[in-house]
Design a protein around this ligand. Structure first.
Ligand code: ATP
Ligand code: MG
Length: 269
């Protein structure tokens, strides 16, 4: 990577203490007579300010891991802590961008983005100002008063991102946030996300099916097996940003991970 790119790096390289501690997680879903073991003895430490990406076969348990950290579902055993505090219920310290948007379709973009702030009791003026800032960052200022059901899939996803970022949570959980976007918009959003993050010490846990996206964004990539998800490999990427997709190191790493995943299961990219 070039000298010029070196100067661009502002995010911490290797955080010292773990912020998030995932310890011996086990998660079993029971439906009728069948039990699905989604996680078995899953452990991972995540440092403050890290951007980590989970990649793995469809159905291996990635969304479940995010939901456990979010406190939206309880582990069968084991625990997740943030700063030593168990994540058994949702909290303002964590924001989540959902795979299926989870927006209020009949409310405006503005109202959707303001929702979390409203719940947290943030005064109206401050709410408005913050929401407008993030709606602008997501490139949706022209649609601020449009109802969400009128928007395209990609735009809905951007509303979800603005909503997760607006409360400035310590931890942002992003479940395939750019999955519904066309390739060009997706690349723009990746750069935009890094720009938003470069001046903060927010911690991101990002799920994607695109290995290219994972290599472009991550401090660390966690490569997972089929269900129950266990870790095949943890890959540190100390390269500066913005990263050059044409760099031979970039393509070589991308290829290596793809091969690992293909060996584990067939996967789209
Ligand atoms: N509420 C639930 N009840 C029963 N089974 C569930 C529930 N939620 C998830 N599962 C099952 O757990 C497994 C893991 O699901 P999860 O959504 O975590 O996978 P994923 O890795 O996010 O998949 P994808 O890449 O397709 O989004 C799947 O087999 C799924 O059917
Ligand atoms: Mg999922």
């Amino acid at each position: 990577m070039s000298q010029e790119q070196d100067k661009e790096q502002t995010r911490p390289e290797s955080p010292a203490a773990a912020l998030i501690n995932i310890k011996n997680l086990r998660k079993v879903f029971k439906r009728d007579e069948t039990e699905t073991v989604v996680l078995e003895n899953f452990s991972l430490e995540i440092g403050k300010g890290e951007l980590i990406t989970l990649v793995g076969p469809s159905g291996c348990g990635k969304t479940t891991i995010l939901r456990l950290i979010a406190g939206l579902t309880e582990p069968t055993s084991g625990e997740v802590t943030i700063n030593g505090k168990p994540c058994t219920v949702p909290g303002a310290d964590r924001g989540m961008v959902f795979q299926d948007f989870a927006l209020f379709p009949w409310r405006s973009v503005r109202k959707n983005v303001e929702f979390g702030l409203e719940i947290a009791g943030v005064p109206k003026e401050e709410r408005r100002e913050k929401a407008e800032k993030y709606i602008k960052l997501a490139g949706l200022e022209k649609f601020i008063d449009a109802r969400v059901h009128e928007l395209s899939g990609g735009m809905k996803q951007r509303v979800g991102i603005a909503r997760a970022l607006v409360g400035h949570p310590d931890v942002i959980l992003m479940d395939e946030p750019f999955g519904a976007l066309d390739a060009q918009t997706r690349n723009i959003m990746q750069v935009q996300l890094l720009k938003i993050l470069e001046k903060t010490d927010q911690t991101i846990i990002f799920v994607t099916h695109s290995v290219d996206e994972a290599v472009f964004l991550s401090d660390r990539i966690i490569v997972l097996t089929k269900r129950p998800a266990s870790i095949i490999e943890i890959i540190d990427i100390p390269w500066p940003r913005p990263r050059d997709r044409a760099d031979p190191e970039f393509t070589a790493l991308r290829k290596k991970i793809l091969t690992e995943l293909e060996e584990e299961n067939v996967m789209n990219n």
